[in-house]
Design a protein around this ligand. Structure first.
Ligand code: FES
Ligand code: FES
Length: 174
């Protein structure tokens, strides 16, 4: 059994109890995905599976046989940062760094959800085909990623800058 992680094929562990988070960190030595609460409450472990954001601490690795997983290591690298990574730097959203990989993966997944017209708790018109990335929409949709320091406004500004334009949303979904 195998899956793809950041474009490379990897074997799944023999033990079916291994979480996707532990597979990434302990077996594949990709420490960018963080273990915060390990119970689905903080968002630090967020990764993308076929473009959709999930909490890897609540998922078993075997669930994702044949799927494509992207972690923060697969989004950008020094010298070739993802636009959102660059925006986090420019808006000072990197204060602790522990929650940042999850914030970035989550924001990229969120942008695709908006592009698909998936409503949130604060979307007024559930039938609308176009949802704008308003301040309230952004805060609601990113509420699963906790930031307990002073960087949260910078995080919001960085996400707004990168994903406010529809053509950027389209680019993020590719
Ligand atoms: S470590 Fe997964 S949500 Fe906190
Ligand atoms: S940037 Fe991580 S807690 Fe605020």
């Amino acid at each position: 059994m195998s899956m793809t992680v950041n474009g490379a094929a990897v074997s799944l562990p023999d033990d079916p109890r291994v979480s996707l988070l532990d597979l990434l960190r302990e077996y594949l030595h990709l420490p960018g995905t963080k273990k915060g609460c390990n119970q689905g409450a903080c968002g630090a472990c967020t990764v993308l599976v076929d473009g959709e954001r999930i909490l890897s601490c609540l998922a078993l690795a075997v669930q994702f046989e044949g799927r494509s997983v992207t972690t923060i290591e697969g989004l950008g690298a020094p010298g070739s940062l993802h636009p959102l990574q660059q925006a986090f730097i420019e808006h000072d959203g990197f204060q602790c760094g522990y929650c940042t990989p999850g914030q970035i993966c989550s924001a990229i997944g969120m942008a695709q959800e908006i592009r698909r017209g998936v409503p949130s708790h604060v979307t007024a018109d559930l039938c609308t085909e176009t949802i704008s990335l308003s301040h309230d929409e952004l805060r609601e949709r990113m509420s699963g990623n906790l930031c307990r320091c002073g960087a949260h406004n910078g995080i919001v500004d960085a996400i707004t800058e990168v994903f406010a334009e529809e053509d950027i949303l389209a680019e993020a979904a590719e």
